[in-house]
Design a binder for this molecule. Structure first.
Ligand code: HEM
Length: 195
């Protein structure tokens, strides 16, 4: 159950309202060419990915772990990773794959996007898990991660029973959703009025 994942606060009414609403979302979706066909493709992707979530997380964690400058954000800044922090975030990351594949997105979803964005910044990082780690993830890596988080998903999408054309549709829907979400997450990083 999602509710049992420590620190997973999707739908929690005590979360702050996002500074963007469903009208903003529609405009951003149009800007990344995201439409109802993508919603359908994402729901299909969710079924294909569900039994592979642990393998996907293994791959992403291996990638982060293989780069000192990336695993750095899970450390105290002196080379000591906070293992409990890594585990707790991993469980929420798995749930995020499910949430990504469960459109349509609404205001509640937007509020949690805002929360995820803040959790990457000094406003909120570490607080959810009482982690002993550096206080802020630099925006440049959030944006750069769009590529690995997208490119690596294709092989998992290919493991379902879908045609090449359907895999392509799921892949593009995923790519658009990740671009959209990272865009939302950058809001707390950008100077007031500039986002
Ligand atoms: C938290 C996804 C970029 C490090 C999270 C969570 C998700 C996520 C789903 C958990 C949200 C929750 O609390 O429910 C992503 C995606 C990224 C991205 C999709 C880019 C496409 C990065 C980068 C780093 C990073 C570049 C640094 C190497 C972390 C850390 C947390 C976290 C340390 C825990 C934050 C906290 O203290 O609450 N990320 N992330 N993430 N991510 Fe990312």
């Amino acid at each position: 159950m999602a509710q049992e994942i420590p620190g997973y606060d999707y739908g929690d009414e005590s979360l702050p309202e996002a500074p963007y609403d469903e009208e903003d979302l529609e405009k951003l979706q149009a800007a990344v060419l995201f439409d109802e066909g993508d919603e359908e493709a994402l729901r299909e992707a969710g079924e294909v990915l569900e039994p592979q979530i642990e393998e996907i997380l293994d791959l992403w964690y291996d990638f982060v772990g293989a780069n000192d400058h990336l695993v750095y954000y899970f450390t105290d800044g002196e080379g000591n990773p906070d293992e409990e922090y890594l585990d707790r975030v991993r469980a929420r990351f798995g749930q995020w794959i499910r949430d990504t594949c469960n459109p349509p997105y609404d205001q509640e979803w937007l509020n949690y996007q805002y929360e995820i964005g803040r959790r990457h910044t000094r406003e909120k990082k570490n607080r959810t898990d009482d982690a002993d780690a550096v206080s802020h993830i630099h925006a440049r890596y959030l944006i750069a991660f769009i590529y690995p988080i997208t490119a690596t998903i294709r092989e998992f999408l290919e493991n379902g029973e879908h045609s090449e054309e359907e895999v392509e549709a799921m892949f593009h829907a995923w790519f658009k959703s990740i671009t959209l979400q990272v865009t939302l997450w950058t809001q707390p990083y950008v100077r007031a009025g500039d986002w």
